[in-house]
Design a protein around this ligand. Structure first.
Ligand code: GLA
Length: 376
């Protein structure tokens, strides 16, 4: 369906995100360092005076109608389930809901690991806020969106994606403490370097079940460690030194998963220091270490993401590259000398196809605000 702005009353947007570093630590109480992207989901909105939410898309032929008195009935939908889940948790939280028409214009590529799902949930909830005029904060919207993802969609995610999508700020990275949900905004100044996002485009499946499996492995590690030291409230409480003293209690994959979490939290701490001091070269090294750990200890990369990161790392203008997001497919981010980005991209895409047979894709995106709402 075409967008004709004069047919609509409001335009409400929420962002996709990249995570610079701090992967698979948000659900372990760690700090993460995401940023909101200029790739967004936009909801065009108008009240319709009925008890129905009608949804259409600019990119899909589907049209879905949700009965606002029966919102738990749409979990099985291929398209529209994120919107239904968002409206469902909105109602469950006690907020009023009225009928409306929504046109979705999603510029966050699906399955790219750039959180199209969070962008859809957050923008839908922000649209319901605009529709009803309820005094709900952006942080509350992020928390509701996370509930939709966990309780309705069934992915037991952390808070990083929805928080970044809702509360991002232009040209700022967000140091989000996932234990306290406190955020410090840090200027994203990369000196002579650009952050380059490339999608490995491997069709991925079973992400949710593998993701939930990793979560339970880290929970298992925590339970075991708490038998030795009940003061540990989450894996992110442990310094690498403290972990070394206790790791004998763990074994096999569970030990590896916990080691990744502890060391990744330490890398976030170092990365923030580097950014504040302009040591982008060291930030690059930390990205490489993070990828290595996600590949060997956390096992969420796979052949394609490993190939893409290592090809990127082999380019002379690249000082660091890693997967971003949940993994099992999706994107890498690379720090690349600004004047060599074009050469870097064509080199990486060509070599990647040679090695894997897949066509990777480069996304041009800036760092942008999270939720925006405009009366048309
Ligand atoms: C997904 C989840 C996030 C986070 C990342 C991994 O994007 O939604 O909560 O756990 O994976 O860092």
């Amino acid at each position: 369906m075409q967008i004709n702005e004069k047919d609509w009353e409001y335009k409400v947007c929420a962002s996709g995100r990249v995570n610079i570093i701090g992967e698979h630590v948000d659900y372990c109480g760690g700090k993460v360092l995401p940023a909101a992207l200029s790739l967004k989901n936009t909801v065009y909105l108008r009240p319709n005076g009925t008890n129905e939410i009608n949804i259409e898309w600019t990119t899909l032929p589907e049209r879905v109608t949700l009965d606002i008195n029966n919102l738990e009935a749409y979990k099985h939908l291929k398209f529209g389930n994120y919107q239904a889940g968002s409206a469902f948790v909105w109602q469950q939280a006690g907020y009023p809901l009225t009928g409306c028409d929504m046109l979705m214009d999603c510029k966050v590529p699906f399955g790219s690991g750039l959180s199209s799902s969070a962008a859809i949930e957050v923008s839908t909830l922000a649209a319901l806020r605009t529709l009803t005029g309820e005094p709900v904060t952006d942080v509350e919207i992020a928390l509701l969106a996370q509930r939709a993802e966990r309780e309705y969609v069934g992915m037991n995610c952390g808070i990083m994606d929805q928080y970044a999508s809702a509360c991002g700020k232009a040209n700022k990275a967000m140091l989000l403490d996932c234990k306290t949900i406190q955020c410090e905004y840090i200027p994203l100044e990369l000196g002579d370097y650009s952050l380059v996002i490339i999608d490995c485009r491997k069709p991925h499946n079973l992400v949710d079940s593998k993701y939930n499996e990793r979560r339970s492995e880290t929970e298992q590690a925590l339970q075991t460690l708490r038998k030795y030291d009940p003061a540990i409230s989450c894996l992110a409480d442990l310094t690498p030194e403290a972990f070394r003293r206790l790791e004998h209690a763990l074994s096999g994959k569970v030990r590896d998963r916990a080691q990744h979490v502890v060391q990744e939290c330490d890398r976030v701490r170092l990365a923030v220091e580097c950014m504040k001091e302009g040591r982008i070269d060291i930030l690059g090294m930390l990205l490489n270490e993070s990828h290595e750990s996600l590949s060997r200890l956390y096992e969420v990369t796979g052949r394609e993401l490993d190939a893409l990161a290592s090809i990127a790392q082999s380019h002379p203008a690249c000082i660091g590259s890693r997967m971003t997001g949940a993994g099992f497919g999706g994107c890498t981010i690379s720090l690349v000398q600004r004047d060599a980005v074009t050469d870097f991209v064509s080199y990486t895409l060509a070599k990647y196809t040679e090695e894997t047979g897949y066509q990777a894709k480069f996304y041009e995106a800036g760092i942008s605000d999270g939720i925006t709402s405009e009366k048309l």
